[in-house]
Design a protein around this ligand. Structure first.
Ligand SMILES: Cc1ncc(COP(=O)(O)O)c(C=O)c1O
Length: 401
């Protein structure tokens, strides 16, 4: 990380000043379990008989009373966070927030820092759709500074972003997605650093949902450890992608302990269910992490095979994504073969493929993604199915126009 002189240093930055006044004044919910969690526990109006329905319907999947599912779960899960932060090279559990997926963390950052009807978020299309949805729910305006999409570069336009933040001091939070969804492309770390070291005095969120799929490269990998240097940086990650645990809903926001404090006091007291925490704890064990690495290696190899297979199909103009995520952006060309992206054809192909049992995502209506289908990298059999169906669709006259 650069140690060059910066206009945003930790000494002149107070996160507390950015927190909404009503959150700053909040008396957080406290439970007796915050202080005492062993002994005869009659403080939380639980059912001491255990999971009653499950007792009456014993099956292999039914949890027993010993698993404690009749008790409210740990509000903070510091044991699980300690595993996570140690793995990511952060000082300790107070540097992590756990949410019900990153989606909860995205919403919560808006609730903590954005005054409804006043503040705004800045996003860089094409990007993850939930930033705008969460902004609408929280009554925050959205300022869009599109990525540089020329030649599918999909990079930040740093000067334009800074122009926007200088013109509008109500921009409180910016969301940068790296690797991007749907672009599948990492943002240059030097650009993220320029924003963090600029005169912008709001929150910078870097959403790294797909970061584990990035090939090892100093200029591309995670910026999670930069949270130790930049007090306004929040890095979001998730167990939904590389860990294959989308159903347990566990998202992570890493940031300076002051930001984590404000997120914790604002969240619902018991937001992470005990089964989720138990599964996450197991997934973060050394054997769990080794398995993640091994599957990520497989998916990266499959990504290469799928890319080559797609590029070999007549009618596929390009495959974007620079191999940074577990999906590819496949651009469909016009049926006349003039080398023009054809969104209408891509959409017809998408529907036909879905009806025939292979579901990908049509993204041709996103800025800079004309003619594009977003295709997740799955198993080799699934890639074969995509290639077979897409090949048929591209040869089908009825889908051509
Ligand atoms: C960029 C990005 N961020 C966040 C999420 C949401 O992740 P989670 O499952 O942790 O809510 C997604 C899901 O697709 C995503 O693409």
């Amino acid at each position: 990380m650069s140690s060059s002189s910066s206009s945003s240093s930790s000494s002149d930055f107070s996160v507390d000043d950015l927190v909404r006044p009503n959150i700053r004044a909040l008396t957080p919910y406290r439970c007796a379990r915050d202080d005492y969690n062993t002994g005869v526990l009659l403080d939380a109006n639980e059912n001491a008989y255990g999971p009653v329905y499950l007792r009456a319907n014993q099956s292999a999947r039914a949890p027993s009373k010993e698993q404690g599912y009749h008790r409210y779960p740990d509000p903070l899960n510091n044991d699980v966070k300690a595993l996570y932060t140690a793995w990511r090279g952060l000082p300790g559990p107070e540097w992590a927030f756990f949410g019900v997926g990153s989606d909860e963390a995205i919403d919560l950052v808006m609730r903590v820092f954005g005054v409804p009807g006043k503040h705004k978020v800045l996003i860089c299309p094409p990007t993850y759709g939930m930033y705008s949805v969460a902004a609408a729910v929280n009554d925050l305006g959205v300022v869009k500074v599109p990525l540089d999409v020329e030649n599918a570069r999909f990079q930040l336009r740093v000067d334009a972003i800074l122009e926007a933040t200088r013109a509008d001091p109500d921009i409180r939070i910016m969301f940068l997605c790296s690797p991007g969804n749907p672009t599948g492309t990492c943002l240059a770390k030097s650009d993220i650093r320029r924003l963090l070291e600029s005169d912008y005095r709001g929150i910078v969120v870097v959403d790294e949902a797909y970061v584990d799929f990035v090939d090892d490269d100093e200029e591309k990998g995670s910026v999670i450890r930069w949270t130790e240097r930049y007090p306004n940086l929040i890095v979001m990650q998730t167990l939904s992608k590389s860990f294959g645990l989308a159903a347990i809903r566990l998202g992570i926001a890493a940031a300076s302990p002051r930001i984590i404090h404000w997120m914790n006091v604002t969240k619902a007291p018991y937001n992470i269910p005990a089964p989720t925490a138990a599964l996450a704890y197991a997934a973060l064990s050394s054997t769990g992490l080794e398995s993640v690495q091994s599957v990520v290696r497989q998916l990266r190899a499959e990504r290469k095979r799928l890319t080559d297979g797609l590029l070999a199909l007549p009618g596929v103009l390009s495959v974007f994504g620079n191999a940074d995520a577990n999906f590819l952006l496949c651009q469909i060309g016009d049926a006349q073969g003039q080398g023009q992206p054809d969104s209408a054809r891509a959409e017809r192909i998408y529907r036909w493929m879905a009806d025939s049992g292979v579901v990908v995502r049509y993204r041709g209506n996103e800025y800079g993604c004309a003619g594009c289908l977003r295709i997740s990298v799955g198993t080799p059999e699934e890639s074969d199915a995509v290639l077979a169906q897409l090949s048929k669709a591209l040869a089908d006259e009825k889908l051509a126009r």
